[in-house]
Design a binder for this molecule. Structure first.
Ligand code: CUV
Ligand code: SF4
Length: 627
């Protein structure tokens, strides 16, 4: 039996730090996402194909996938309409999640500028000025705070303005802008495109799948070149633009003799304050009085990525590690903000001493302790949360501890600014390496985990294959946490790259897989590809670059994939979206889009075949460029 559990753990994940915990969980019968997925099987075929509609109360309706009756919903909607509507509804939810996060950061920037939240300072004044310039604001003789106030208001207006385009849309290369303008899908504002999606999917509004999907692309662009980019830029202004640093990753970053606090979710605003609160002398003294040797913070998912990039806080794991972290028995508090947080962590925590502390008014978790975060009282809330964790330390059940050894080392912090600095101030050295073939191309690998895929396996396999073939990998999100755990993110990891890429990495002292941040920081990848296209005076779609989401699960990933495609980057998906119930939608997204936006999606579940296909596509682009 013991061997059985070990085997099962190895089948679920390639992350060695979590295998012993999965095994222990199996022995103790603790339910995790893997068990819950099993219990869902067989998952509904109509749902998987995207041909179930619940948009109104004449339904729910479903279409027979074998061509028998019914072929229409009660209202007459066809499979094409239903599939397209369902997909862009997912996309709009994802775009809303990113953008609402962006808005909150801007609101804190505004409050910091108007002295309503004095815990926050403006860290990157240079970036603030550059952004103000971009937005056409006068900067001479204006105080930092006044500038931050004017800028945050100006950007906030773009969420709902009735006129014009998003300012960051101007960052696109001319050729791409001209194409998108011609298609009529330049995003007008952030909220507007999302709201219009919600309008269009109502019964009896947009029934033309092409028209629906076209607006989906526009909505996605309002996320990539809007809400997400705003989140990234405003976070940099408030907390600093990342630069390379080293840290550690995997569940072994939890410490046996310290108070462990995990910061999970997406928004850095409260967690940045917790990082400060955990360094407070009195807090550390109290932890010692409670029998610990100190306070240990570890990130998880994208809150983790934000803190890693700017503060070097270690990361305990990615999306599928969240329940397992609690099952280590060593977590005093798991502090969550929003997005990608399993409601189930409260149940798992119930089997241990861990306190789940929710902090966002818009994200409550039944069974968790709610300690609401507000910018003006952030310092106090952060201190209270740390205190709560310290007081929980004596409740640890020592006989149930299961902390793995050997955290992996990694480097992160590759903002576009940091990358340019490493390159000596311009993209030329990178372009030269691409032209000479030392670097064959680049792939942005992003996105989540999904229990339908062996945890981290697809991410790591694709990355290893690509770098071995001299393809530079950049990325964000849980994909990068997978890379770090697998040892692909040290300068020494260049050994695993092909000779050309290895030489470039060694010359620059960088790893072959570059961590660019959290999911909203996919906007950094957009800025990078735009800069490369501009330098070559080509469209983004001419570059030998691709996107890939090998283990995606989230509605946010639907938006990310779509704004990459709309920006001219072809995207690989390791799991099919729920579109296969419409041949027309499937063929448009996987082929037809090529002639519209010069990029499309392709689905390949086998990581090796996916890597082969990416390399082939990169070579095609190189040939077309004449390099
Ligand atoms: Ni935002 S969206 S599982 S934490 S990358 Fe991770 Fe990243 Fe997907 Fe969520
Ligand atoms: Fe059925 Fe049409 Fe209502 Fe959807 S919108 S549930 S297809 S009647």
């Amino acid at each position: 039996m013991a061997n059985e559990f070990r085997k099962q753990a190895e089948n679920r994940s390639i992350d060695e730090s979590c295998q012993p915990i999965i095994e222990a969980g199996l022995k103790q019968g603790i339910e995790t996402a893997w068990e819950r997925l099993e219990k869902q099987k067989p998952q509904c075929g109509f749902g998987q194909l995207g041909i179930c509609c619940t948009n109104c109360d004449m339904g729910p309706c479903r279409i027979d996938p074998f061509g028998n009756d019914p072929q229409k919903g009660v209202c007459g909607a066809t499979a094409d309409t239903i599939v397209a509507r369902n997909l862009i509804r997912m996309l709009a939810t994802g775009a809303a999640a990113h953008s609402d996060h962006g808005r909150e950061i801007l609101e804190v920037l505004y409050e910091a500028a108007t002295d309503k939240a004095d815990a926050y300072t403006i860290t990157d004044v240079e970036k603030l000025k550059a952004l103000a310039d971009e937005y056409g604001l006068a900067t001479d003789g204006i105080s930092t705070k006044d500038l931050a106030k004017a800028l945050s208001l100006k950007i906030l207006e773009e969420f709902g303005t009735i006129k014009g385009k998003l300012q960051f849309y101007e960052r696109l290369p001319e050729k791409r802008k001209a194409l998108l303008n011609k298609l009529g899908i330049a995003p007008r504002s952030v909220d507007r495109e999302i709201v219009e999606t919600m309008h269009r999917v109502h019964m009896g509004v947009d029934n033309d799948y092409i028209n629906l999907l076209t607006h989906g692309l526009r909505t996605a662009l309002s996320d990539g070149w809007g809400g997400s980019m705003m989140a990234t830029e405003a976070s940099d202004v408030l907390f600093g633009t990342p630069s390379p640093l080293s840290s550690q990753v995997n569940l072994a970053v939890l410490k046996q003799d310290q108070v462990n606090i995990i910061l999970h979710g997406h928004n850095p605003i409260l967690s940045e304050m917790i990082v400060n609160a955990a360094m407070d002398k009195d807090a550390v003294a109290k932890a010692k009085a409670m029998g610990a040797t100190g306070i240990n913070l570890a990130g998880m998912c994208c809150t983790g990525n934000e803190l890693l990039m700017r503060r070097g806080v270690p990361i305990a794991g990615n999306m599928l590690n969240q329940e397992l972290a609690i099952m280590s028995g060593a977590v005093e508090a798991m502090v969550v903000d929003y997005q990608c947080i399993f409601p189930a962590i409260v149940d798992v925590a119930g089997c241990f001493h861990t306190q789940v502390i929710s902090t966002a008014s818009k994200a409550k978790f039944p069974g968790a302790t709610h300690m609401e975060f507000e910018p003006h009282s952030a310092v106090q809330t952060a201190a209270a949360i740390v205190d709560q964790a310290i007081e929980n330390f004596p409740n640890r059940k020592k006989d149930r501890l299961c902390i793995p050894n050997n955290p992996a080392d990694w480097t992160a912090g590759f903002s576009v600014e940091a990358l340019l600095k490493a390159l000596g101030g311009s993209t030329d050295p990178l372009l030269d390496a691409i032209k000479s073939g030392q670097i064959r191309g680049a792939v942005g690998i992003v996105g989540c985990n999904n229990p339908k895929v062996k945890h981290d396996f697809a991410h790591v396999r694709i990355m290893e294959r690509l770098i071995a073939d001299n393809v530079l990998v950049v990325g964000t999100g849980c994909a990068m946490i997978a890379a770090g755990k697998a040892g692909l993110m040290m300068p020494e990891s260049a050994e695993k790259a092909g000779p050309g890429l290895k030489a470039v990495c060694q010359a620059l002292g960088i790893p072959p897989v570059l961590h660019m941040g959290s999911c909203v920081d996919c906007s950094r990848i957009l800025v990078l590809v735009a800069a490369l296209a501009k330098a070559l005076d080509v469209d983004i779609s001419d570059l030998p670059v691709l996107g890939s989401a090998p283990e995606w699960y989230s509605e946010k990933a639907v938006s990310i994939g779509s704004y990459f495609v709309a920006s001219g980057v072809t995207v690989h998906l390791g799991l099919s979206p729920r579109i296969l119930g419409s041949k027309a939608v499937t063929s448009l997204l996987t082929q037809g889009l090529e002639s519209v936006v010069k990029a499309s999606f392709f689905v390949e579940t086998d990581p090796d075949k996916a890597a082969d296909a990416m390399i082939e596509k990169i070579d095609q682009k190189r040939k077309a460029l004449g390099i």
